[in-house]
Design a protein around this ligand. Structure first.
Ligand SMILES: [Fe+2]
Length: 314
């Protein structure tokens, strides 16, 4: 009688489509290496996640509608560098006060494309109203098509829909930190082209685009920028405005950009904020991407933004 042995079971191939799985331990540190953490005296900082987002409560009866003392300005700036987006509940600033708050960080931008609010330097996002509809439900960094993209943006919600209308931000330092070494090596020293056309073409007339394209030629920025104040490396490409990586064929550039821009989608790098009227978010546009959820139609949502002129990324 012969004994037959069953063939060893074959394990099915653990094939994952390219870019299809990314799990496990992530490096989650809010501060750059060597950063000196100091206590705050003028504000209370309430972090909302491990790496990004903090609610700021002013101490001693301070109020954002009044001029900031140098000490208060310094602490808000330090919190911005550490937490990348700050939330101030119930600030209820007038347009002039919102602009004055922004000017503590520098000159304010005017935006040639988006609808204006009460002042030239205020952009108004109004859904369900008469303003031109634009859509911000895509991961992006503001105005990277400029030679000097905004340092930061300060957004206030004036009307909030009954449900929905949250905004999310993603930490581009965490996104960079967690890239595989071989990807970091590929993008080290690389530059990418940014252009306003892809981000705005969907809701802007051709004639207007033609008029603006000379004012805003495509610009090159490093794929990884160094934060001018914290010295930290930040991934600096986004879906709205980054068209291609310089010196790569279209297919290679598309694949790499797809991988890089997808990093904003990782939940551990994100914070989500539910607005109430008069709330303000102040984000470091050098260190983050954001996504404004559009889940509230046909209700109204009205927001006003000032943006501070930044420096040339390096
Ligand atoms: Fe934006």
């Amino acid at each position: 009688m012969s004994i037959t042995t069953a063939p060893a079971p074959a394990l099915r191939e653990a094939r994952v489509p390219e870019g299809g799985m990314y799990e496990g331990v992530r490096v989650l540190r809010p501060f750059p290496e060597g950063w000196e953490e100091r206590p705050y005296e003028h504000i209370e900082v309430v972090p909302q996640t491990r790496v990004i987002g903090a609610e700021i409560r002013l101490r001693g009866g301070a109020d954002l509608s009044r001029p900031l003392t140098p000490a208060l300005r310094e602490e808000i700036n330090r919190a911005l560098l550490e937490w990348k987006v700050l939330f101030f509940r119930g600030a209820h600033l007038t347009p002039d006060e919102q602009a004055a708050f922004g000017r503590n960080w520098g000159e304010l931008e005017t935006n040639p494309i988006l609808a204006r609010g009460a002042r030239e330097d205020i952009v108004r996002f109004e859904k369900g109203g008469s303003a031109r509809p634009t859509y911000e439900n895509v991961w992006h960094t503001d105005v990277t098509f400029r030679e000097r993209p905004a340092l930061g943006s300060i957004l206030q919600l004036r009307e909030v829909p009954p449900l929905g209308g949250d905004t999310m931000w993603a930490d581009m330092a965490a996104a960079y930190d967690n890239l595989p070494g071989e990807v970091k090596a590929r993008i080290d020293g690389a530059t990418a082209v940014h252009d306003f056309i892809p981000g705005f073409a969907r809701f802007t007339e051709r004639e207007e685009l033609l008029g603006l394209q000379e004012q805003f030629p495509p610009v090159e920025h490093p794929v990884v920028r160094t934060h001018p104040e914290s010295g930290r490396k930040m991934l600096f490409v986004n879906t709205s405005f980054t068209t291609h990586i310089v010196g790569m064929g279209r297919e290679e550039s598309d694949r790499l950009l797809s991988l890089l821009t997808r990093q904003a989608h990782v939940p551990e790098y994100q914070v989500r904020f539910s607005w109430r009227p008069g709330d303000i978010a102040f984000w470091d546009n050098r260190a983050t991407q954001h996504y404004a959820l559009f889940d509230y139609a046909p209700h109204r949502r009205v927001a006003e933004r000032v943006a501070i002129v930044g420096d040339r990324p390096f």
